[in-house]
Design a protein around this ligand. Structure first.
Ligand SMILES: Cc1cc2nc3c(=O)[nH]c(=O)nc-3n(C[C@H](O)[C@H](O)[C@H](O)COP(=O)(O)OP(=O)(O)OC[C@H]3O[C@@H](n4cnc5c(N)ncnc54)[C@H](O)[C@@H]3O)c2cc1C
Ligand SMILES: NC(=O)c1ccc[n+]([C@@H]2O[C@H](COP(=O)([O-])OP(=O)(O)OC[C@H]3O[C@@H](n4cnc5c(N)ncnc54)[C@H](OP(=O)(O)O)[C@@H]3O)[C@@H](O)[C@H]2O)c1
Length: 358
């Protein structure tokens, strides 16, 4: 009998393809992953995400164990009514990068001197604390304050649970019935003289070729394709393109008659137009009625997706007025707001819009 997979029992999937998309771009690393779901019975719809249950970076785990003066074999709490050796718990169960307020407070209480941190933990220094903590991780505090001693079980009691990360599905099961494609920006940056790694994006990039990728679909009921005859406008800069690659595959597979319009944005055409061949082919076949790209770092001035929208405002307005569905996906902090403003300027109309962003 097949095991029932769930959020608490994710499917141990197999990484089949793990390929860098933007070789040559020195500012960022984006990867295409194809993960086999064969035998899982798992399904998803375009618009959904895949939750990836990553494990932490082993060298960082070892460094923390050393800093604690532990062996890694000490038994510690590891989830509800469970215990595990410290090494395993730090790999699988706990978030070990971002320091929690409880952990910071314990450092102040136990370190022989941590006056700056003590000051910053006062309620009226919230903003300064945030600035100070940017790019600082748990390991930094352990190394900076060796006088703060923790027993292994005390230490894990100051951490929070390691959470899965969501990635938009970038393929349709109608076209790839046994797998899911993901498009992932790998988080790596340097701070305080150390290379830092995003947990899940580097797990997918570096640590899954010879170990399972635990996954489970996360449903996004509010981010769905409309009926086949409806027109759709998709705005997906960067990895925000992921759900729209799935949308296009799905619409083509079901023979949807509605028109499709894609706005894509990236830094450089040469390095970052990763699915350019697919999109240009769809455009040639007139399946994509319009394809507008904005490469922000190819010219002296920035060109963003909303500029392309503004250049095509009259046509955009006609589509919206005719009932087209509008989708935007990607950075919620700035891009989605700027796109929304451009849309409102173009249409002056209240239409049904969908966003999917962080
Ligand atoms: C519904 C949904 C869908 C998503 N789909 C995708 C997708 O298709 N593709 C994709 O790539 N992402 C997607 N994301 C984002 C993804 O879930 C993760 O948040 C992202 O990959 C980072 O996870 P991580 O574990 O690698 O990094 P984490 O370990 O979570 O670290 C990220 C953190 O590192 C810190 N940080 C990052 N850069 C710096 C810096 N330069 N200086 C200091 N600190 C820094 C920030 O605090 C940041 O929050 C999606 C998110 C949601 C909610
Ligand atoms: N379903 C979801 O919720 C979902 C799915 C996928 C991704 N995401 C999230 O979306 C974000 C995408 O980031 P990314 O790193 O892939 O993108 P990115 O490469 O940083 O940016 C893509 C393009 O957008 C441009 N841009 C920057 N600011 C903009 C603005 N205000 N308006 C319009 N365009 C702007 C960038 O230009 P410059 O850099 O040259 O300024 C670049 O050309 C990530 O945070 C990811 O986690 C969410």
């Amino acid at each position: 009998m097949q095991p029932q997979y769930s959020r608490t029992n994710p499917f141990p999937a197999k990484m089949v393809i793990n390929r860098r998309l933007n070789e040559g771009n020195r500012n960022k690393e984006t990867r295409h992953h194809e993960i086999s779901l064969a035998g899982s019975g798992l399904t998803f719809e375009p618009g959904d995400s895949m939750a990836v249950y990553a494990t932490n970076d082993p060298p960082l785990v070892e460094e923390i164990i050393r800093a604690l003066g532990a062996t890694g074999d000490e038994m510690v709490p590891a989830g509800k009514n469970e215990t595990a050796p410290l090494r395993q718990a730090l790999l699988r169960n706990y978030a070990i990068t971002v320091p929690t307020p409880k952990f910071l407070k314990a450092i102040v209480e136990r370190a022989s001197a941590a006056p700056l941190l003590k000051e910053l933990l006062q309620p009226d220094h919230k903003h300064d604390l945030q600035v100070y903590l940017w790019g600082m991780e748990v390991i930094d505090f352990l190394l900076q304050h060796p006088s703060a001693k923790f027993k292994p079980d005390e230490f894990v009691g100051l951490l929070t649970k390691l959470q899965p990360r969501l990635y938009s599905v970038a393929s349709s099961l109608r076209v790839y019935p046994e797998s899911v494609h993901l498009i992932v920006d790998v988080i790596r940056y340097e701070s305080h003289g150390r290379i830092r790694k995003g947990v899940a994006s580097t797990f997918l990039a570096e640590r899954c070729d010879d170990q399972p990728v635990p996954v489970f679909p996360s449903v996004a009921k509010h981010f769905r394709l409309p009926e086949n005859d409806a027109d759709i406008i998709m705005v997906g800069p960067g990895t925000g393109i992921a759900p729209f690659r799935a949308f296009l595959q799905e619409r083509r597979a079901v023979g949807a008659r509605g028109r499709n319009w894609l706005f894509f944005g990236a830094q450089h055409e040469k390095y970052d137009y990763s699915y350019g061949d697919e999109f240009e082919e769809l455009k040639k076949q007139n399946f994509l009625t319009h394809l507008h790209c904005a490469f922000s770092r190819d010219k002296e001035h920035k060109v963003y997706v909303q500029h392309r929208m503004q250049e095509n405002a009259a046509e955009l307005w006609r589509w919206l007025d005719g009932g087209a569905y509008f989708y935007v996906c990607g950075d919620a902090l700035k891009m989605a707001k700027d796109v929304d403003a451009a849309l409102r300027t173009a249409s002056h109309l209240k239409k049904q819009t969908f966003t999917s962003s962080r």
